[in-house]
Design a protein around this ligand. Structure first.
Ligand code: ATP
Ligand code: MG
Length: 420
């Protein structure tokens, strides 16, 4: 995605509209891309809405340039030149009833106005004609965008309970776009927040991946609590007193955190307050985080004490944390924690200074390896790990500085402690 060229993507989105028009169909840009352009930012991707049916769309662009994965919902993907990406072209539709709170029972093809009305929020219900440079607004989206208001289209009660994920989307868009949630829409979220349960955790976590790393994440978290949704997504979080203040401030103090780092800040008090060591891990698993995300969260929580004690702690113990591959993420986590909890950056600066020194000084090549132990005639087994740790500690503490000394050291240790 990152390699997409925004100028080419935009041109391609315009070409798709032009080609549909030449074939006699209506076609407009729709939804998020219109909103983002009006806000002056580059859309992440472009969606086109049209009165052509999926079969007709495929006829216009040819089978080879289209993918019909979403055809049952009226969506055809049109593939563009390499750097331009893909465009989803969707037939105008009206959703029928939602009996499960997640998906419409059926979809019926329709016209532009009805297609606008089935969308979630007024700011997401806009169309734009890139050929005549005109916004087409059936739902008052331009006014709300100008006033920065997230407002459900139609009756909020009805719209939010049809698809319960919309409740979380309201908070996510309010956060990332710096908007207020319209009071009536907010009341509807509050009344139905406990129904978020019916939504799949993957869809929920996908929203949280957008919300938690955002620059406005502190306000996002406040909105999550105010809306009642926080109690659904993270019931184990302490939302009162000092614990809550620390959570808010730590999240707020972070600079461009990855999702894993933001989650670590959010789960910090859960981790500290729980009697079990696995509380944060259990929460991560419930959110179905990827292995990489889970690892990032747990690394932050696990190494917090070591890093915060950096200037005074045993050097080899600290060194083993500083060499982890994700040290940049860890530092960004600790920096915020230190600022809020300790009120000083001393420990972080100590770590940063160490990391800035040449690797050879603070992470020298080990003096010996398992092969050397073998050559000394030490039988392979559990002792290897402990011997190598002991010799590494001695090396890091400058007690031994060359291979010869390391071999003497390890042989002596083996004989004294392990060989019987
Ligand atoms: P972004 O991609 O930046 O998250 P977006 O508005 O493009 O924002 P998408 O999830 O890509 O969001 O959806 C595209 C459009 O589809 C939205 O702008 C909205 O009009 C409509 N839409 C998406 N999800 C829903 C939903 N749950 N209910 C109703 N309409 C929706
Ligand atoms: Mg989008």
């Amino acid at each position: 995605m990152a390699s997409l060229d925004s100028v080419k993507a935009r041109q391609f989105a315009k070409d798709v509209v032009a080609q549909l028009r030449e074939s006699g169909y209506e076609a407009l840009w729709a939804g998020g891309c219109v909103r983002d352009r009006l806000l002056g930012c580059d859309p992440k991707d472009y969606d086109v809405a049209t009165n052509a049916t999926p079969d007709q769309i495929r006829e216009v662009f040819g089978k080879r340039r289209t993918l019909a994965i979403g055809a049952a919902f009226g969506v055809i993907t049109v593939c563009g030149p390499r750097a331009a990406g893909q465009i989803e072209v969707a037939t105008f539709r009206r959703d029928a009833t939602y009996s499960d709170g997640r998906h419409p029972d059926s979809v019926a093809f329709s016209n532009a106005e009805e297609d606008a009305r089935r969308r979630d929020f007024t700011i997401n219900g806009l169309f734009y004609d890139p050929l005549s440079d005109q916004v087409i607004d059936y739902v008052g989206g331009q006014d709300d965008l100008a006033r920065r208001i997230i407002r459900a289209i139609g009756d909020p009660e009805e719209r939010l309970s049809e698809d319960k994920l919309r409740m979380l989307r309201a908070v996510r868009f309010a956060t990332t776009l710096g908007c207020e949630v319209d009071p009536e829409t907010m009341r509807a979220v509050q009344r139905h927040a406990d129904e978020l349960k019916v939504v799949s955790v993957e869809r929920i976590t996908a929203e949280l991946r957008r919300l938690l790393p955002d620059a406005n994440r502190r306000r996002g978290l406040e909105l999550l609590r105010e809306s009642g949704l926080l109690a659904e997504v993270l019931p184990e979080l302490d939302c009162a007193g000092d614990a809550w203040r620390q959570t808010l401030e730590t999240l707020g103090a972070m600079k461009e955190p990855s999702f894993a780092v933001a989650v670590a800040a959010l789960f910090r008090t859960v981790h500290l307050q729980s009697a079990s060591n696995n509380a944060a891990e259990d929460s991560c698993r419930r959110w179905k985080l990827s292995n990489g995300e889970l690892e990032g969260v747990l690394l932050c929580l696990k190494h917090e004490t070591t890093i915060r004690g950096a200037p005074t702690i045993d050097w080899p113990a600290l060194q083993r944390v500083l060499i982890v591959a994700r040290i940049d993420e860890l530092m960004s986590y600790f920096e915020a924690v230190a600022q809020v909890i300790d009120g000083t950056n001393e420990a972080i600066q100590y770590c940063r200074q160490t990391l800035a020194r040449p690797q050879a000084e603070w992470n020298p090549v080990p003096l010996i390896t398992g092969d050397d132990l073998k050559q000394l005639g030490i039988p392979a087994g559990v002792a290897y790990r402990r011997l190598l740790i002991a010799v590494r500690d001695a090396q890091l503490n400058d007690e031994i500085t060359n291979q010869e000394a390391a071999l003497v050291f390890v042989e002596k240790l083996w004989k004294a402690e392990f060989s019987h």
